[in-house]
Design a protein around this ligand. Sequence first.
Ligand code: HSE
Length: 437
Amino acid sequence: MAAPLKVGVAGLGTVGSALVAQVASQREQLTARCGRAIDIVAVCARSRAKNRGIDLKKMKWFSDPVALARAPGIDVFVELIGGAGGPAKSAVEAALASGKSVVTANKALLAKHGVKLAGLAEKHHVALDFEAAVGAAIPIVKTLREGLAGNKIERIYGILNGTCNYILTRMEQDKLPFADCLKEAQRLGYAEADPSFDIEGHDTAQKLAILASLAFGTKADQSAIYVEGISSIAPADLAAADELGYRVKLLGVAVKTPKGIEQRVHPTMVRKDSSIAQVMGVTNAVTIDAAGINPLTLVGPGAGGAATASAVLSDIADIARGIKTAPFGLPTARLTTVRKAPMQRHEGGYYIRLLARDKPGTVATIATRLAEQDISLESIVQRHAAGAAGAESKNGPVPVILITYATSEDAVRKALAAVGRDRVISGTPQVIRIEKN
Ligand code: HSE
């Protein structure tokens, strides 16, 4: 049997600790499957004294991740520190440059420096694997890179942030306010250290940048992504969506269009009977549209220590077996620059919720402004002020909910700007894009 694979792990938070526990508990199975044992021989974390409930006695302790990354006697460096720069980046670069394969769960690092790091891995003939960076336990990276190596992908979209899906699910099912659901997500350990990163869509954008690169052979580019989070979603939107046969999900979508690749993150109305609409709680899901296999949906736990460690361990097992694939599925020299499709030219259906002044002619004015932009309505619902969610008083503004047929983002923005100038509505209109699925 080949010599054991020697692993150094930097970062012993929930994921690192779960990884140490899984390597110990799965030792026999891993040895049989990989043809060699996997040994975590060294670790690095900020506090040595902290009780993590795992046995670290046989492991060498490092306080500097770069020193661990360069340490002789390590075959694979596992980076679980996080962050787009700082010690995580320095340590990954140091490991690759010293000829060690790297496994990382760091979406921020990959979304920003993935191409450069992949180039470094190529130069030193080592692996750079990151299954855990997107969708935690869902094997979406390997699915795109290996399972679908021969397919032409047209669109990929998914629920990529467990915190947001958890919040939207609890708000819808338990009729709880946004803030209470966020607190609970933090308590359960799903949210990032700064939860605005989750709820404003940036976590999803980093994951989407990685998926789009794998799906379309482009250089990961987070700056090419249009991003909107869920903080403006009100219980009134979830209730209206439900009545109209939709559910609201924060989706990351990357799609080929004649104008380039559209990459966007925003709250999205999805039909209640679609597979993505069934995905509730912290669960993540990714759907891939490619000729002949439509739709392929992968669903699973997208956050949490054990789920993320499971993906990290699968990458370590690949390296133990001698599998080395181009990190983004193509040699870096063949990755193309994203041709960004402008968001104003996005086409699709729209949900629009307005608070209309309760005066004769208001709805006619709104309909006229939409018609001027060639926007055709699939449905329009006007509620009475009394008891209506969002209404101010009996004679105050009344919610009007519109569903449009496919139109352009530009047309919707222009029509709503004109409605605003007409002074027939209160507040800012709520606009949620509808994704066909
Ligand atoms: N904060 C992330 C989420 C963790 O909620 O999905 C996994 O990346």
